[in-house]
Design a protein around this ligand. Structure first.
Ligand SMILES: [Zn+2]
Length: 260
C-alpha cells in the first residue's frame, strides 16, 4: 500500500519535474499559470493532467489541438515513479530519510533534463541540493556518524570533496586538452552529490559518471554524430551515478578495491 503511494507520489513529482525542466530555462514561473499544451498553449484541464494516465488515455495528444505531446513527459513520470518506489523499498527502515531522498533524486532528474536540453545546470537546483543535503544530514543513513553534528560535518566534508575533485579534474582537463570538458555547473553539482552521499559518494559519482559520459561521447563520435571537440553534457551522467549511490555506495578506491 505504502509502495503504491510512493509510486503515485513519484509520478506526481515527475509531472512537476516536467514543468520545471520546461519553464526554469525559460525563466517562467513554476506555479503560475497552470499547465499548458506545449503546442497550442491552451490550458490543460485538471482531468487531462493526471500523471501517466492522461498521456496514455489521450494517446500522447492534446485534447484541444490534437497535436502530439512528446513521450518524454510520460517517460519522466514513469521513471520518477519507479525511482520513488525503489527508494522507498530500499530505505523503508528509515522513513524520515526516504522522503527527502526521493526529492533529491527528483532534483537530480530535473538537473539532467535541463543540462541535456540546454547544456547548463541552473544554480538554484544544484545549490539547493547542497543546502538540502546539509539540512537532511542528521537523518541520512549514508552519513551515520554516531551523532547529528558529525553527520552534518560528514555532509559538509562531502560537499567540499565533491567541489575540489571535480574542480581539479576540470582544471586538469583544460590544461591537457585546452578545452572545457566539465563546466562550473558540474562542479557545484558534484558538491551537492557529496553533501548527500559524503566524500565516498562524490568520488564514486565522478568516476562512474565520467565513465558513462565518455562511453556516450565516444559512441557518438564513432557514429560520426559528434566531433571530438564538441561538448557533451556531463550532468545527466553524474546525476545517474549519484542516483545509483543512493542505493549502493561503492567503496573508496573502487575499481582497485573490490566491493565486499
Ligand atoms: Zn494543444
Amino acid at each position: 500500500m505504502l509502495g503504491f503511494l510512493a509510486f503515485w507520489l513519484g509520478a506526481c513529482l515527475g509531472s512537476f519535474i516536467n514543468v520545471v525542466a520546461y519553464r526554469l530555462p525559460r525563466e517562467e514561473s513554476l506555479v503560475w499559470p497552470g499547465s499548458r499544451c506545449p503546442r497550442c498553449g491552451r490550458p490543460i484541464a485538471p482531468y487531462d493532467n493526471v500523471p501517466i494516465l492522461s498521456w496514455l488515455l489521450l494517446r500522447g495528444r492534446c485534447r484541444r489541438c490534437g497535436k502530439p505531446i512528446s513521450p518524454r513527459y510520460l517517460l519522466v513520470e514513469l521513471l520518477m515513479a519507479g525511482l520513488s518506489l525503489a527508494v522507498w523499498l530500499r530505505w523503508q527502515s528509515h522513513p524520515g530519510w526516504a522522503a527527502p531522498a526521493v526529492l533529491a533524486v527528483g532534483d537530480l532528474l530535473a538537473i539532467s533534463l535541463i543540462d541535456w536540453d540546454t547544456g547548463y545546470i541552473p544554480d538554484a537546483l544544484s545549490l539547493g541540493l547542497i543546502a538540502a543535503g546539509l539540512l537532511c544530514a542528521p537523518m541520512n543513513p549514508l552519513l551515520e556518524r554516531g551523532s547529528w553534528y558529525w553527520s552534518v560535518a560528514a555532509s559538509a566534508l562531502g560537499a567540499g570533496v565533491g567541489f575540489l575533485i571535480c574542480w581539479g579534474v576540470a582544471a586538469l582537463g583544460k590544461s591537457l586538452f585546452g578545452k572545457e570538458a566539465m563546466g562550473g555547473g558540474d562542479v557545484i553539482l558534484l558538491a551537492g552529490v557529496g553533501a548527500w552521499t559524503g566524500g565516498t559518494g562524490a568520488y564514486d559519482c565522478l568516476l562512474v559518471g565520467s565513465l558513462l559520459g565518455a562511453v556516450y561521447g565516444v559512441r557518438r563520435v564513432l557514429r560520426g554524430e559528434l566531433r571530438m571537440a564538441d561538448p557533451v553534457p556531463f550532468g545527466p551522467f553524474l546525476a545517474a551515478a549519484a542516483v545509483f549511490n543512493f542505493f549502493c555506495l561503492l567503496p573508496l578506491g573502487f575499481p582497485f578495491i573490490p566491493i565486499r
